[in-house]
Design a protein around this ligand. Structure first.
Ligand SMILES: Cc1ncc(C[n+]2csc(CCOP(=O)(O)OP(=O)(O)O)c2C)c(N)n1
Length: 585
């Protein structure tokens, strides 16, 4: 049967099990939006294409499935760029389908023409422009395969309007043949054996886990390996939730705003096992002084990550889950055979549980760092405003362990990373790599659509929130029961903090004068809002927000001068941590 290209797109999405797309229509996707009317796929109409990409990304992070967004050509497509770059940097599976001017108009500066496939080459895992409707079904099938295998990432498919309108047969590919694209899943046993040997011989091992662990569903395997090795674990911002925050082996997040325990562990460990983490500069600080005593094992699915930022002594190429399983198996096999080696590290066997007495000193040293928190507690800047750490502890209690938290970018994001205790993977959705302000609200929309039964909570800053606050309309229209908490300090807090610490308090363009009253803004969309300015009101207000059905915005008034500590200054090494305002020179 002949079908229009647009219907082939919808039928392909249905065949792949897509249940929802996020998008915004326009002239060059009219055939697609017409075909949408005859399909079973739900469409969530956002108010800005950037939000369509972030919502699809939030959907993907919360569900583990591939997110999908639609946009029209030209400005619609270019508005996706920040969302695609955000997903690319965090390796999130996403497929964007954009309309394009007709094939005959390409390259003529036609109305609303933009070379979106050219523009997005560096920020997509792959992209296509489809000029023949007969290629649509196979292209869509390939795009989903590429987005969600190997190192995940966004894929864009640009479809000229006449290709959407032209008729052809729908032929679903029976198999895919992608020469040159064969991600390695199972690791090479030789690499596993070498890594296992060095891990067993460590006196002071440390596991450093990133978003790859979450993406491959390897949290349980990571915990099993850490437990077996009795190795402490630090997880990056993207890896938070992979290990429960209250696990005795968990040290918190490393890096610029990392915990003292995690940063000391990196600087003192003798074997560092990086799993699905990419040694971002926000983690390493000065690379030449990063983990100076450690031999480095790097487990990653992306060959290009090996040695990209730091030297790697023992690469293990493959899917994080497959690699962790292979490593654990190998270590369990090797233990008796390499008794001498393991005993050199002080290994002895208890009843079914491996203990490493030689590691007691290491673990207890780290435990003392952990107990003493971040060293000096930042003093209260005034006694009358809610303190972020306390707010987040209250939120955690009230929202419950299963709640999905999305954040924007800035101080509030780092407070969430430091003080909110995550216990499960896929419960923190945040823009780690690109650091995209305006991500949080649309990502929360996507997460709530993906998990209608879950509590989804946005923690935002006033600057970030205002970047995509038009999505309150999407929240209202879809009756999404989001709880939105804006840490309102009246300024671009993180920039203000840098200006305070590193630019001698010469504050430049950080006061958010002229911002709207957020409670009234929510009200304008028919969303309930409440303002909280007193510490004692925080917990009752949060409780009320969670008991109220439907969306609620909590405008939480913070002191402008609250800062995030500890902090490793830019380009410093992890031992040069500022632990509080008093320790700043
Ligand atoms: C789109 C975008 N523009 C600029 C920045 C630079 N930036 C990083 S944090 C920040 C301030 C964020 O302010 P706010 O959202 O109010 O959060 P706070 O730091 O006060 O918690 C800025 C401007 C960014 N990350 N993203």
């Amino acid at each position: 049967m002949l079908m229009r290209g647009a219907s082939i797109i919808m039928k392909s999405l249905e065949t792949l099990g897509v249940d929802v797309v996020f998008g915004f229509p326009g002239g060059q996707v009219l055939p697609l939006y017409d075909a949408l009317l005859d399909s079973n796929v739900r469409h969530v109409l956002v108010r800005h294409e950037q939000a369509a990409a972030h919502a699809a990304d939030g959907y993907a992070r919360a569900s583990g499935r591939t997110g999908v967004c639609f946009a029209t050509s030209g400005p619609g497509a270019t508005n996706l760029v920040t969302g695609l770059a955000t997903a690319f940097m965090d390796s999130i599976p996403l497929v964007a389908i954009t309309g394009q001017v007709g094939v005959g108009l390409l390259g003529r500066d036609s109305f609303q023409e933009a070379d979106i496939s050219g523009i997005t080459i560096p920020i997509t895992k792959h992209n296509y422009i489809v000029k023949n409707p007969a290629d649509l079904a196979r292209t869509i099938c390939e795009a989903f395969h590429i987005a969600s295998t190997g190192r995940h990432g966004p894929v864009l498919i640009d479809v000229p309007k006449d290709v959407q309108a032209a008729e052809t047969e729908f032929v679903w590919p029976q198999s895919l043949d992608l020469p040159g694209y064969r991600p390695r899943i199972e690791p090479d046993p030789t690499q596993v054996a070498a890594a296992a040997t060095v891990m067993l011989s460590a006196k002071a091992p440390l596991i450093y886990a990133g978003g790859g662990v979450v993406a491959s569903g390897a949290s349980a395997d990571l915990q099993a390996l850490a437990g077996y090795l009795q190795a402490p674990v630090t997880t990056t911002l993207m890896g938070l939730g992979a290990v429960p925050y209250d696990s005795p082996l968990f040290l918190g997040m490393p890096g610029m705003h990392g915990t003292r325990a995690a940063n000391r562990a990196i600087q003192e460990c003798d074997v560092l096992v990086a799993v699905g983490a990419r040694f971002d500069d926000r983690v390493t600080g000065r690379v030449d002084r990063f983990a100076p005593n450690a031999r480095i094992v790097h487990v990653d699915i992306d060959r290009a990550e090996m040695g990209k930022n730091v030297r790697v002594d023992f690469p293990v190429l493959g899917d994080a889950r497959a690699c962790l399983r292979a490593l654990l198996e190998r270590i369990q096999e090797m233990r008796p055979a390499t008794g001498g080696l393991a005993c050199a590290a002080g290994c002895s066997e208890g009843t079914g549980v491996v203990t490493y007495p030689g590691r007691a000193a290491w673990l207890s040293r780290l435990a003392s760092f952990k107990r003493n928190g971040n060293g000096k507690k930042p003093p209260s800047v005034n006694g009358h405003s809610p303190r972020p750490a306390r707010v987040l502890r209250d939120l955690m209690e009230i929202a419950g362990e299963e709640a999905v938290i999305t954040t924007d970018v800035g101080q509030h994001q780092m407070w969430v990373a430091l003080y909110y205790g995550f216990t499960r993977p896929r419960t923190l959705l945040t823009s780690g790599g690109l650091g995209t302000m305006g991500y949080g609200l649309p990502a929360a929309v996507g997460a709530q659509v993906a998990r209608p039964g879950s509590r989804v909570v946005l923690v935002s800053g006033d600057g970030s929130f205002l970047m995509n606050s038009q999505e309150l309309a999407t929240v209202a229209a879809n009756r999404l029961p989001l709880k939105m908490i804006v840490f309102n300090n009246g300024c671009l807090g993180m920039v203000r903090q840098w200006q305070e610490l590193f630019y001698r308090r010469r504050y430049s363009q950080v006061a958010l004068d002229g911002s709207p009253d957020l409670v009234k803004l929510a009200g304008a969309y028919g969303i309930q809002g409440m303002r909280v300015a007193k510490p004692a009101r925080v917990a009752p207000a949060l409780r009320e927000a969670f008991e109220t059905p439907g969306p609620v915005l909590v405008d939480l008034v913070l002191d402008t001068e609250e800062n995030v500590f500890p902090m490793v200054p830019p380009a410093a090494s992890l031992d040069e941590m500022i632990e509080g305002p008093g320790s700043v020179n």
